[in-house]
Design a protein around this ligand. Structure first.
Ligand code: NAI
Length: 480
């Protein structure tokens, strides 16, 4: 029986390994982590992450050929193939701070593998890493163990949170990079054999190591760039009376462009896009490619601009101050169908409003009060470290209340912000919400999910990103 061990039981390690176990009953899969609370949760009925379809997959195989454990060293030493899916945050200090990837967790995992291995291993980079990381990992492994042969593969993960199980069941492609030596090719084949249990052969792409490592950074940069492109257009739409949804539709009909990932919004979030682009920028700078670095940097600048533009729009339209006003925030997760708040635009928007002394009442169907308070009090880049290293009980932001119902959040509010596109926000009783709000009642739709005409008919003053503006906003802008 082939034995797989995955180091890191997070958003990637957990679902990916659960699907491998589900699709390959002949393979034993152990997912290990240094976080005891995370492993305890994986072994309970309340999994540590919310992902549609995940519960069923885990329940089918847990205890049969899928195991979650804190016995990191034992499982690593027994495995034939070791996936490493630990955090690769942005460095917050020292050389490359604010851009370079922090490989502390990766390096410690690699040193531990070298310490405990007694047989040859295939080590798979599942985390997103800077191009050329495999070379460094190879050095750490070979300099720290004798007589053991390691093959490093790059097998970046392309799943999207919220649709992870669907993406893993039917991936657009699986990418495997390895050394172009006979031993490297043999290792590639071994990993290919795992995926071949359910992924059609023509969807498994094999490349050299550096192409695989760079492809993941490139894919995230292209995806984020699309969002920044449409968001840049949304600003121009508001200035000209064009409607960004109509523009996206018309542009996306071009088969060379395609319709996906063209929704204007308050900005992209999630643990990867910003981190991976910063990493790409750093790699370009280290290679003397200043123009290329600046090109990609702009994607992040436009994203930051979009978030601050949203906050400015709220404040300027509400008579240039939100001080003491209650603002309801509907949605805090970085996208729907996940409880993940890493780099969610809601953090910057909320901080912006708090900076203008607003009182916030926040509701998200999947995010806990503790998480929201933690996010609003943590400094930039501190979030992406193993949970047990994060502050346990941050000092709560007192102007923020977290409630478990959209109607409670909006009661007596001066304004409502939609920051996540949860389906349930489309079907709320907006007449009831309007009746219970202060007047004039404002709605700022940061995800373009609401029926603007219907809301205007009820009496709301509505701002929806990239849509023709209510005359109110032009009047307010004209104010001295
Ligand atoms: P995560 O933070 O959810 O999980 C990482 C886990 O690794 C944590 O539970 C942490 O305790 C554990 N860990 C850290 N060091 C360890 C060590 N030395 N030994 C054992 N466990 C250790 O992170 P996530 O989201 O799963 O991301 C992991 C990697 O995958 C990152 O490089 C990320 O960029 C990449 N990725 C993430 C995607 C996503 O949608 N979240 C998608 C594709 C790639």
């Amino acid at each position: 029986m082939v034995k797989i061990c995955c180091i890191g039981a997070g958003y990637v390690g957990g679902p990916t390994m659960a699907v491998i176990a589900f699709k390959c009953p002949s393979i034993e899969v152990a997912v290990v982590d240094i976080s005891v609370s995370r492993i305890t949760a994986w072994n309970s009925d309340q999994l540590p992450i919310y992902e549609p379809g995940l519960d069923e997959v885990v329940k089918q195989c847990r205890g049969k050929n899928l195991f979650f454990s804190t016995e990191v060293e034992r499982h690593v030493s027994e495995a034939d193939i070791i996936f490493v899916s630990v955090n690769t945050p942005t460095k917050s200090r020292g050389l490359g701070a604010g851009k370079a990837a922090d490989l502390t967790y990766w390096e410690s995992a690699a040193r531990m593998i070298a310490d405990v291995s007694k047989s040859n291993k295939i080590v798979v980079e599942k985390s997103t890493v800077p191009v050329k990381t495999a070379e460094a990992i190879e050095k750490i492994l070979t300099h720290n163990s004798q007589g053991i042969k390691y093959q490093i593969l790059s097998n970046p993960e392309f799943l999207a949170e919220g649709t992870a199980i669907q993406d893993l069941f039917k991936p657009d492609r699986v990418l495997i990079g390895g050394r172009e030596t006979p031993a490297g090719q043999k290792a590639i084949q071994a990993l290919k054999d795992v995926y071949a249990h359910w992924v059609p052969e023509d969807r498994i792409i094999t490349t050299n190591l550096w192409s695989a490592e760079l492809s993941k950074l490139a894919a995230n940069a292209f995806l984020a760039q699309r969002i920044s492109s449409v968001n840049a257009m949304s600003a121009l739409c508001e200035a000209t009376g064009a409607d960004v949804a109509q523009v996206s539709h018309a542009v996306g009909k071009d088969t060379r462009i395609g319709p996906k990932f063209l929704n204007a919004s308050v900005g992209f979030g999630g643990s990867c896009f910003q981190k991976d682009i910063l990493n790409l920028v750093y790699i370009c700078e280290c290679n003397g490619l200043t123009e290329v670095a600046n090109y990609w940097k702009q994607v992040i600048k436009v994203n930051d601009y979009q978030k601050s533009r949203f906050v400015n729009r709220i404040v300027s339209s509400m008579f240039n101050t939100v001080s003491g006003k209650k603002i309801a925030v509907l949605g805090f997760a970085f996208k729907k169908d996940t409880g993940d708040t890493r780099e969610t635009p809601a953090i910057d928007v909320c901080k912006g409003l708090l900076g203008d002394k607003a009182r916030l009442s926040i509701y998200d169907p999947q995010v806990t009060e503790d998480q929201i308070q933690r996010d609003l009090s943590m400094s930039k880049f501190d979030w992406d470290h193993p949970i047990h290293l994060q502050p346990m009980s941050p000092s709560a932001v007192k102007e923020v209340t977290v409630v478990w119902d959209a109607y409670q959040a909006t009661k007596n509010a001066h304004g409502v912000c939609i920051l996540t596109e949860w389906d349930e926000f489309k079907t709320l009783d907006y007449q009831k919400i309007f009746n219970n709000m202060q007047k004039p009642a404002f709605i700022f739709d940061g995800r373009n999910v609401l029926d603007v005409a219907k809301l205007r008919k009820i009496g709301f003053i509505v701002y929806s990103i990239g849509k023709p503006l209510d005359p109110w906003f032009n009047d307010m802008q004209a104010m001295p």
